[in-house]
Design a protein around this ligand. Structure first.
Ligand code: CA2
Length: 146
């Protein structure tokens, strides 16, 4: 199984600020961890992070026919990006949305995800393990197109 792991704005700063919310591991360490996790299960994981909405939309479009599943943390775009919502809807690649923090325990504006509607499901509040939980969902063969 081929995974595309997408991370949105500011997630390149993981481990550098707000460790109480996002933990102490860097973005690079997260990617290595997910690549190792995939490799240990006969899968591959390619990581892409961008602070730009259009770059994430392009990456989602490019996933069609190339990847079996998308694991996406859209960052703050979660809360208002109809462009990412539409991109996820436009490809036949199933996606799970992941948030490191529990968005429901935080500011009101973080409670709403506009992008989750295009995903099979959403995982939040489990830290970096959430990415592995999302990958496990697909690896266990429960994937379906929304
Ligand atoms: O909990 C999550 O994973 C979020 O998607 C992270 C986004 C936030 O806008 C969402 O509401 C929830 C923000 C990521 C900011 O990432 C940083 C990482 C380290 C240091 C500073 C920011």
């Amino acid at each position: 199984m081929k995974f595309l792991i997408l991370n949105g704005p500011n997630l390149n700063l993981l481990g550098q600020r707000e460790p109480g919310i996002y933990g102490e591991d860097s973005y690079e360490a997260l990617c290595r961890r997910l690549q190792d996790f995939a490799a240990g299960r006969g899968a591959t994981a390619e990581c892409f992070q961008s602070n730009h909405e259009g770059a994430l939309v392009d990456a989602i479009h490019g996933a069609q026919g190339v990847y079996d599943a998308i694991v996406i943390n859209p960052g703050a775009f979660t809360h208002y990006s109809y462009a990412i919502l539409d991109a996820l809807k436009s490809v036949g690649v199933p996606a799970v949305e992941v948030h490191i923090s529990n968005i429901h325990q935080r500011e009101e504006f973080r409670h709403k995800s506009v992008t989750a509607a295009a995903c099979v499901g959403q995982i939040c509040g489990l830290g970096l393990f959430g990415y592995e939980a999302a990958m496990s969902y697909f690896l266990e063969g429960k994937a379906h197109v929304c």
